[in-house]
Design a protein around this ligand. Structure first.
Ligand code: ASC
Length: 161
C-alpha cells in the first residue's frame, strides 16, 4: 500500500516535471521571447550560409557560384545582425538563450564585434566574386575568427544554452 502510494506520487512528480519542461518550451509570447526565436532562426541561416561556403571550399573543385551565393547571404545577414538583439531579448527573456547580458551592458564592444563580422563577410563576398580560391579560403578563416571572437565574449558556453 505504502509502496503503491509512493509509486503514484513519483509518477505525479514525473508528470509535473515533464509539464514544467513543456511549459518552458512553449512558444514565447513576450516581445523579448519572440525576438530570441527570431534571432536563433537568423543564426541558423547564417551558419548554413557560411557553413555552405566552408563545405564548398573543402571540395576538390569548389563551385565559385555556390561560394559567391553563400558569401552574399552571410554578408547580408551580418548587416542585419545588430537588429536581432532588441533590449529584453537577453537572459531576462524567459526563454532559453545563449545571449549574454554583456551584449547590452557592453553595447559598444558588441557593436564593434558585429562591425568586424560585417567587414570580414563583405570582404569574403568580394573575394568570392574575384574567384581566387586560396584568397577565399584565407578570408573564410578570417570570417570564422570574427564568429569566434564574438561567441567567446557574448555567447554562453553550449552547456548553458
Ligand atoms: C560556423 C558556425 C559558427 C562559426 C564558428 C567559427 O560555421 O556555425 O558559429 O563558424 O564556429 O568559430
Amino acid at each position: 500500500m505504502a509502496l503503491r502510494i509512493m509509486t503514484i506520487s513519483l509518477a505525479l512528480v514525473g508528470l509535473a516535471v515533464a509539464g514544467a519542461a513543456l511549459a518552458q518550451d512553449a512558444a514565447p509570447t513576450t516581445p523579448g521571447g519572440k525576438a530570441v526565436l527570431t534571432r536563433q532562426a537568423h543564426y541558423k541561416d547564417l551558419a548554413k550560409a557560411f557553413g555552405g561556403v566552408g563545405a564548398e571550399l573543402r571540395k576538390d573543385a569548389p563551385d565559385k557560384a555556390v561560394i559567391s551565393a553563400g558569401a552574399a547571404m552571410a554578408a547580408g545577414l551580418a548587416t542585419d545582425l545588430p537588429s536581432w538583439f532588441p533590449k529584453g531579448s537577453g537572459p531576462e527573456a524567459g526563454v532559453k538563450t545563449a545571449a549574454k547580458a554583456e551584449i547590452w551592458t557592453d553595447a559598444a564592444g558588441f557593436a564593434a564585434a558585429a562591425a568586424k563580422l560585417q567587414g570580414e563577410t563583405a570582404k569574403l563576398q568580394q573575394l568570392a566574386m574575384a574567384g581566387d580560391i586560396d584568397a577565399i579560403k584565407a578570408q573564410a578563416r578570417a570570417v570564422g575568427g570574427a564568429c569566434k571572437t564574438c561567441h567567446d565574449a557574448y555567447r554562453a558556453p553550449a552547456e548553458q544554452h
